[in-house]
Design a protein around this ligand. Structure first.
Ligand code: HEM
Length: 170
């Protein structure tokens, strides 16, 4: 895995070298978190345009972070999607409401959904019922979680309400 990641990093580094500028659109505007890391790395190097290779410490750190992103992001997301479909299959009324909400926001022609979201990514924020389904699924079938211990004098604030945390483990 380290070898594979290093190769990917080297390829992206080479692609950055081919461009005059470290920022701006490339590959049709599709830029990954690796590109963002390389932008920052090059920005921080004195005389970055003359740099032909990455230093070993940066490479080691970047590869390690890439692994975290893949491992932390992949199974959590896919397992959550399975549980969402499972939950909806057991709650036909909720499924109906999700579909109605999607039809309302994206239209009923599925072939146009990608284009609609690309043209207006903020439309994804207009799906309160879908969001509730995702949150309820995460509550019932959390793919990953961590323990937080409450603390005397420490409160959580939401919608103007304060919720004390002492006595709680969440
Ligand atoms: C349903 C999806 C996901 C769930 C349930 C989830 C859950 C969690 C949880 C519980 C933590 C520990 C938080 C803490 O205790 O401090 C965490 C950390 C983290 N997650 Fe996720 N995660 C999800 C998706 C993702 C995705 C898609 C990515 C990246 C592409 C990601 C990257 C990370 C990283 C980098 C950390 C460590 C953050 C740190 O440095 O403290 N996660 N995640």
């Amino acid at each position: 895995m380290n070898r594979y990641m290093s190769r990917h990093l080297e390829n992206r580094f080479a692609a950055h070298q081919d461009l005059d500028d470290t920022v701006g659109a490339r590959d049709g505007g599709f830029r990954t978190v690796v590109d963002l890391a390389l932008d920052k790395y090059l920005e921080e190097q004195p005389g970055s345009k003359a740099i032909r290779s990455m230093d070993a410490e940066f490479k080691r750190f970047a590869v390690s972070q890439m692994k975290v992103f893949i491992l932390a992001g992949h199974d959590t997301t896919s397992a959550t999607l399975y549980y969402i479909f499972y939950s909806l299959s057991r709650n036909p009324l909720a499924l109906q409401r999700v579909r109605a909400e999607h039809d309302e926001v994206f239209g009923s022609d599925l072939t146009q959904t990608n284009a609609t979201i690309t043209a207006n990514p903020h439309s994804l924020n207009q799906l309160p019922f879908t969001l509730a389904v995702i949150k309820e699924t995460l509550r019932l079938f959390s793919a990953a979680s961590s323990t937080r211990e409450g603390e005397l004098g420490f409160s959580l604030t939401q919608d103007g309400h304060q919720y004390p945390t002492e006595g709680f483990t969440v």
